[in-house]
Ligand binder design. Structure first.
Ligand code: BES
Ligand code: ZN
Ligand code: ZN
Length: 502
């Protein structure tokens, strides 16, 4: 999306749709009087009668009254101006994005002033407009042969503002980068599992590396065998697809130090293995690589915005299938760390692949670790579909992370990980750990298992099983992959980077 920026004279608008935000008491918005003169002197009356609404997020569409530089006007209610915050505005702009798609509009002009208040200026609105509209307008191109209608893309957003153009453009660009990365992550989650295998994920990572100059290493089965990655290899045993450990390094400084490590679960399909999922629970398991998508999306933002902080991304990818060679409950496997694991449930495969990926990230120099995974159904029972579950071993790191999540509006809630939980994870007659201590509070066992491999490194676990894939349209986009955590992970890196950019 390209911004065109002009001053707010409504006769200079050149777009399919003109967006007018309507807060309570719109007459207090500087320039409102001119707008009513330009558009229609009846606007105040329409607001009074409720034909144009001031209620938050309510949309009213009208054709342009005379021949203008736009064909229709979209009024969106903003409620009380003082209540507007980033989260609300992101939602308003996403609503606008969805509406533009419905109207098959490819260009839109937005007058920024009504969206501002004491804490949010024109550049903030430019950022949120690009991010929100980009997210709201997302569509997954499906594989229907009958559809002959080309999907509409929003090509230009015209910002009507008197503020400094360079500042507006810079803020707008960041919003575009965010939306694009989240949408690419959504697409990865939405892709069918026959078309997106571990090698497909690796291919995507290679494209990112080419675009942004990341160092890339892709380990296949042979390299994993040489290193002794017995955990991911066990999960892969029933598959005809080669497993991939995908490693991207973003080096912001000369020395490879103070490295943030992102670790993603990239199970491209989870049948459950011999602990087979029931048929209804299996549908949708193409999305079991949502953690990998989140990490790749975050790396895309990092590649674009280049914060001054070193980052390593490690993605463990395979599908979890059955065959005569597949791993079984009762197997004992040896992970890359040397720790042995008694397999009690082959459907608890995410923690196994993450175990080796976390150890790899540590060996490659990660000083901080965040693993992201669609790990357990338990987190959905605990927190529902709009909150990501978290565990941590480090208060300060978690606090910083929470600040980032507040900035992006991606809700995260932490669960406890106690010594008695750890004892349950370590309880086995056969090995150092077991991969399935029980179903009571099992989100904690899943994440806690991964924590055994993080050891003393500051670590956060994010269980996105409930948030990564939406069953129906939501505030910021359509049903399907949500791209959750892409923006929060990238924002965290930005926050942890020294002021000066690389
Ligand atoms: N991929 C699933 C978790 C999941 C469930 C993701 C629903 C998205 C939606 C994971 O590998 C799994 O099967 N977990 C088991 C763990 C259990 C066997 C200890 C679960 O949650 O039931
Ligand atoms: Zn599973
Ligand atoms: Zn899984």
């Amino acid at each position: 999306m390209k911004p065109i920026i002009v001053e707010p004279h409504f006769d200079k608008v050149k777009a399919d749709v003109l967006v007018i935000g309507v807060p309570e008491h719109p007459e207090n918005v500087p320039g409102w009087e001119q707008l009513t003169q330009d558009f229609s002197s009846r606007l105040p009356e329409w607001i009074k009668t409720g034909d144009v609404k001031t209620e938050f997020n309510k949309i009213v569409k009208m054709p342009a009254i005379e021949k203008r530089g736009y064909n229709r006007v979209l009024f969106i209610g903003l409620g009380m101006k003082k209540d507007l915050n980033e989260e609300r505005l992101r939602q308003s702009f996403a609503t606008i994005g969805k509406e533009l798609i419905v109207n098959k509009a490819s260009s839109v002009a937005i007058w920024l002033e009504p969206f501002t208040n004491d804490s949010m200026g024109h550049p903030d609105i430019a950022f949120l407009a690009a991010e929100g509209i980009g997210l709201g307008a997302y569509q997954f191109e499906n594989y229907k042969t009958s559809s002959n209608e080309k999907d509409v893309m929003i090509e230009t957003i015209q910002l009507l503002s008197e503020a400094d153009m360079d500042e507006l453009k810079a803020a707008f660009e960041v919003g575009v980068v965010h939306a694009k990365a989240v949408n690419d992550a959504r697409t990865l989650v939405n892709m069918p599992p026959n078309l997106l295998t571990a090698k497909g994920l690796a291919e995507h990572a290679r494209k990112l590396a080419d675009s942004y100059g990341f160092e890339i290493d892709i380990l296949g089965k042979q390299e994993m065998e040489e290193l002794g990655m017995g955990a991911i290899l066990a999960v892969n045993k029933g598959s005809v697809e080669e497993p991939q450990l995908i490693v991207l390094k973003y080096a912001a400084t000369e020395a490879w130090e103070d490295v943030i490590g992102f670790v993603g679960k990239g199970i491209t399909y989870d049948t459950g293995g011999y602990s087979l999922k029931p048929k209804d629970g299996m549908v949708g398991m193409k999305g079991d690589m949502g953690g990998a998508a989140a990490v790749l999306g975050a790396m895309q933002i990092i590649g674009e915005l280049r914060p001054a902080r070193n980052v390593i991304a490690v993605i463990a990818s395979t599908d979890n299938m059955i065959s005569g060679e597949a791993f079984k409950p009762d197997d004992v496997i040896t992970s890359l760390s040397g720790k042995t694991i008694e397999v009690l449930n082959t459907d608890a495969e995410g923690r196994l692949v993450l175990a080796d990926a976390v150890t790899y990230a540590k060996q490659a120099g990660a000083n901080y670790l965040i693993d992201v995974a669609t790990l357990t159904g338990g987190v959905i029972i605990a927190l529902g579909h709009d909150k990501t579950g978290a565990l941590t071993n480090n208060e300060a790191f978690f606090e910083e992370f929470m600040e980032a999540s507040l900035e992006t509006g991606e809700f995260v809630w932490r669960l406890p990980l106690t010594e008695s939980d750890k004892r349950r994870i370590r309880k086995s007659d056969m090995a150092d750990l077991n991969n399935s201590p029980g179903r009571d509070g099992h989100m904690i066992f899943g994440g806690g298992f991964v924590g055994e491999f993080a050891e003393d490194t500051p670590w956060i676990h994010l269980d996105i099983a409930g948030t990564s894939d939406a069953a129906s349209a939501h505030d910021l986009g359509p049903k399907g992959g949500t791209g959750v955590m892409v923006r929060t992970l990238a924002t965290l890196v930005q926050r942890m980077a020294p002021e000066e950019e690389a």
